[in-house]
Ligand binder design. Structure first.
Ligand SMILES: Cc1cc2nc3c(=O)[nH]c(=O)nc-3n(C[C@H](O)[C@H](O)[C@H](O)COP(=O)(O)OP(=O)(O)OC[C@H]3O[C@@H](n4cnc5c(N)ncnc54)[C@H](O)[C@@H]3O)c2cc1C
Length: 488
């Protein structure tokens, strides 16, 4: 059963649809864009490749969630030395339905760099504050009202012992009333809980299970061709917002022959992990989302704690096959920590004839590999300070670390063949700005050289933000759609 109303298409009679504005992709970028357009009285059709499922259709962070709501069940790789596994949402609400909800505003010095290097107009912190504030209110960004998970507090403990800066990161979440000393529960304020119901209430129509294959402009109209489930479909729109995320947006545009500065500058936050085992219990089935991060070395690298349920621990332990049995026995004493670099490498998104998914390539520089190594060493040091007993880095068959002296065993440049990197943060594949050598779209998301064609998603971020990106994506989407509506 779907939780949101959806257009019922009757084939073949309604296989040709017409709308004033088509928004393709319903993640944070698309949902906010569709909502504000509909609330301004515009005729909007929100089109989504994935299914329209309630947030509650599965347990958060379960294997079932991966099957229902992740693209390819979460198995995607950016090819390079080493390759980087990345994940994306594929459902109504996009990544917001599956993510941890950790919120940051865009760092002001980064906005200044985007202004000078990419020539983005009116994007200072001052310009963005109204958009940050409106989005924070709409998705209820707030701090934990009770106790943080013990595994999360371990980060704070280690950082404090070393005199490093750590912080609790707020989340978009509605917490239930809670008793002292218990980890609060509640509901993630994803797009299906916030902007999408608002959009539908304002008259926006939603078409789920529909993948747009190509766009073509004829006589001032855009023709979108794709499939609703297995039926071919054509949609006519005067204006199109492409909001398919940092991988699928360039893939769709390039399939449509729109290629200038599209898909050439993909950035991500390459991330390396450590499974830490402690003497005491730090994990529980209802642990919730860890909320602490260590920003002492930001923007070069940051640390955090990941979801550490037994299935996640088992998957993470596959780098150390001879120790996988300890997860079953000691999972309550174990948690997964990560070190994420901002990095200077970049990647490309290209389509391959007859293949459904694009080929994603990512090049890490030797400095990136050094940063990853230094970040891993510092994270390990922090975890030992927090009284970890054994550390298992995400380097295949690397010997477990049992003492701070073992940190010297971590190579200065991580070995490309054994290191297992991943990321949940991808962006910058169609950067915004007036610098025509680098940018795919102008300062407000309009594709350079095309009329009535816009991008509104993670692709626009000029470079890797060094912080969780959804706060930046939401604020920039809001700013750009209000500019389109002549409201700023
Ligand atoms: C597991 C996980 C945890 C994360 N944790 C955090 C966090 O704590 N904090 C944070 O800030 N960020 C987090 N992120 C990142 C954040 O979710 C993304 O940056 C954000 O969702 C990107 O928004 P978007 O609008 O660019 O695209 P997406 O959210 O990727 O949405 C794009 C949508 O477009 C649809 N689509 C794609 N192609 C087509 C097509 N051809 N036709 C129709 N529809 C299409 C997709 O199915 C998808 O639903 C996390 C991500 C993941 C995966």
């Amino acid at each position: 059963m779907s939780n949101l109303s959806e257009i019922n298409l009757i084939f073949p009679v309604e296989s040709n649809l017409k709308t004033e504005i088509a928004v393709i992709g319903s993640g944070p970028g698309g949902a906010i864009t569709a909502c504000l357009l509909a609330e301004a009285g515009r005729e909007v059709l929100l089109i989504e490749e994935g299914a329209n499922l309630p947030l509650e259709s599965c347990q958060p962070f379960s294997v079932e969630e991966m099957v229902q709501k992740y693209r390819n069940g979460g198995l995607n790789a950016a090819f390079g030395q080493p390759k980087i596994q990345y994940v994306e949402g594929r459902c109504v609400g996009g990544g917001s339905e599956i993510n941890s909800g950790l919120y940051h505003r865009t760092p002001p010095d980064l906005l200044e760099q985007w202004r000078t290097e990419f020539e983005v107009d009116t994007l200072t912190e001052h310009d963005l504050i109204p958009h940050f504030e409106a989005c924070e209110q709409a998705v209820n960004v707030c701090y934990l009202p009770g106790k943080a998970p013990t595994a999360s507090l371990k980060l704070q403990e280690g950082a404090t012992a070393l005199g490093w800066q750590s912080l609790e990161v707020p989340r978009w979440f509605c917490y239930q009333e809670t008793q002292e000393n218990t980890v609060p529960k509640g509901t993630r304020q994803s797009m299906t809980k916030t902007f999408i119901p608002r959009a539908l209430k304002a008259g926006c129509k939603l078409l789920a299970n529909t993948r747009i294959q190509t766009l073509k402009q004829t006589n001032q109209q855009w023709i979108l061709t794709g499939n609703y489930q297995r039926y071919p479909i054509q949609i006519q729109a005067e204006t199109v917002f492409v909001c398919c995320g940092a991988i699928q947006t360039p893939a769709l545009l390039r399939r449509s022959g729109i290629k200038n500065n599209i898909g050439n500058s993909l950035r991500m936050h390459p991330t390396v992990k450590i499974i830490a085992q402690f003497n005491e219990e730090i994990n529980a089935l209802d642990m919730g989302v860890p909320v602490h991060q260590v920003k002492e070395f930001a923007p070069r690298f940051s640390f955090g704690c990941s979801i550490s349920s037994p299935p996640y621990l088992s998957v993470a332990m596959t780098d150390h096959p001879q120790y996988t049995n300890i997860v079953e026995k000691y999972w309550q004493n174990m948690a997964i920590y990560y070190a994420m670099i901002t990095g200077e490498g970049s990647g490309t998104v290209r389509n391959i004839p007859f293949f459904h998914d694009p080929l994603v390539r990512y090049h890490l520089t030797s400095q990136d590999l050094k940063d990853l190594s230094e970040a891993l060493q510092k994270l390990a040091l922090l975890l030992f300070e927090a009284k970890a007993k054994v550390l298992y880095p995400s380097i295949s068959n690397h010997s477990p670390l049992t003492h701070p002296q073992d940190l010297t065993k971590i190579a200065e440049q991580l070995p490309v063949k054994q290191t297992n990197l991943m990321t949940v943060h991808v962006f910058s594949s169609c950067p915004m700005g007036e610098n025509l050598k680098k940018c795919a779209v102008n300062s407000f998301g309009k594709v350079h050289g095309f009329n009535n064609l816009y991008i509104a998603d993670a692709s626009l971020l000029c470079t890797a933000p060094g912080v969780n990106p959804q706060g930046s994506i939401m604020a920039i989407a809001r700013r750009n759609v209000l500019k389109f509506l002549n409201k700023i």
